[in-house]
Design a protein around this ligand. Structure first.
Ligand code: AMP
Length: 326
């Protein structure tokens, strides 16, 4: 029985000046780049920038350079691409396809833990076949953000054909558990870490108890699972470690859309930056995930996430540390 740190220590040789075995440390992310229409008790936005890869990328870019693989339609505003570039996200792999950009619409109740999806229009993602640019080869960290698990597998397979990344993590959602569970299980078998919501963990495992659900998920192959609990924090389970991160206490939440992806960006971005998977680093990464998720909730779309500085991130990290010391 080993945790991820024990299982793949050789996957994290010592890193000097951000360079791992001569390869510049970076994360390759595949996921959705979207136009979201969202309504919360605090207001609404239409066709605002969203998508799992967008939130993940902007969040992770505070820790590690990010290279994006995704598709948008001809209607995707150029200013959104500029925003990604401003965060030093490599958009060489962002394909502009004939047709419309992926769109998602959702509405939140007064209790913003409850969200209803109003519509999901795959649009260009229906015909998307991910291409990995030559300049993205041999990237040591792969994040498969929430998207059709068949596309996640396709990228994982293409990238690993040359050389398996040092660390592979993925996120998913209830839709794919409903309609593509077998495809999701196929991706899980090849990944190191799954990030999933509490309700989705229960749905996937067909088990209400979260400890049992985590063990059922681990039996499918990943070495660790992070169960996100919204305003109640997040749990980390490996075969030997359990860690509970509280949520940052916000006085007001404007729009939680993308908080899970922003958590993933902080968590995975920090792991990539440190190049280590020991227990301490994983726990710190959980707190950086919490910090980034909390910033995301403070504005619609990426409004708040785009405005924060390293100083803001460190300040909030320290506040969470103080909140939990006893
Ligand atoms: P989160 O609130 O962390 O679950 O992430 C919400 C983001 O995921 C939104 O920006 C959506 O555009 C995106 N999203 C919603 N449904 C899907 C889907 N089926 N596939 C990919 N991305 C999605």
């Amino acid at each position: 029985m080993a945790n991820i740190g024990d299982n793949i220590p050789q996957a994290f040789p010592s890193r000097q000046n951000g360079v791992l075995r001569g390869v510049k440390v970076a994360i390759l992310v595949v996921g959705s780049v979207a136009l979201d229409s969202v309504e919360t008790p605090f207001g609404k936005v239409e066709d605002a920038l969203g998508g799992s890869a967008t939130y993940f990328g902007v969040s992770a870019s505070s820790f590690t350079p990010v290279k994006l693989v995704a598709a948008v339609g001809t209607d995707f505003p150029a200013k959104h691409v500029d925003l990604l570039k401003k965060h030093k996200i490599d958009t060489t792999g962002l394909e502009k396809m004939e047709g419309k950009t992926f769109r998602w619409a959702g509405v939140y109740e007064t209790n913003m833990n409850n969200r209803r999806t109003l519509s999901t229009c795959l649009n260009v993602f229906e015909k998307f076949s991910p291409k990995i640019p030559e300049s993205y080869q041999d990237i040591p960290y792969l994040f498969l953000a929430n998207i059709d698990p068949d596309l996640q597998y396709d990228v994982l397979d293409k990238v690993s054909r040359r050389k398996r990344p040092k660390l592979i993590a993925l996120d998913t959602m209830n839709l794919w558990i409903d309609i593509k569970k077998e495809s999701l299980i196929k991706v899980l078998k090849k990944a190191d870490i799954l990030l999933i919501n509490e309700s989705e963990a229960r749905q996937f495992a067909q088990e209400h108890n979260l400890v049992k659900a985590a063990n059922i998920i681990l039996a499918h192959g990943p070495k660790a699972v992070v169960i996100k609990q919204g305003e109640y924090g997040a749990l980390y389970f490996s075969k030997t470690t359990v860690f509970s991160a509280p949520a940052y206490l916000l006085e007001s939440v404007c729009d939680p859309t993308g908080a899970g992806d922003s958590f993933a960006g902080g968590f995975f971005g920090y792991l990539a930056k440190k190049g280590k998977l020991d227990d301490k680093t994983v726990r710190q990464a959980m707190i950086y995930g919490t910090v980034m998720g909390s910033f995301c909730c403070q504005g619609f779309s990426l409004d708040k996430l785009c405005k924060i500085s390293q100083k803001d991130i460190q300040k909030r990290y320290k506040e969470i540390k103080e909140l939990t010391v006893f």
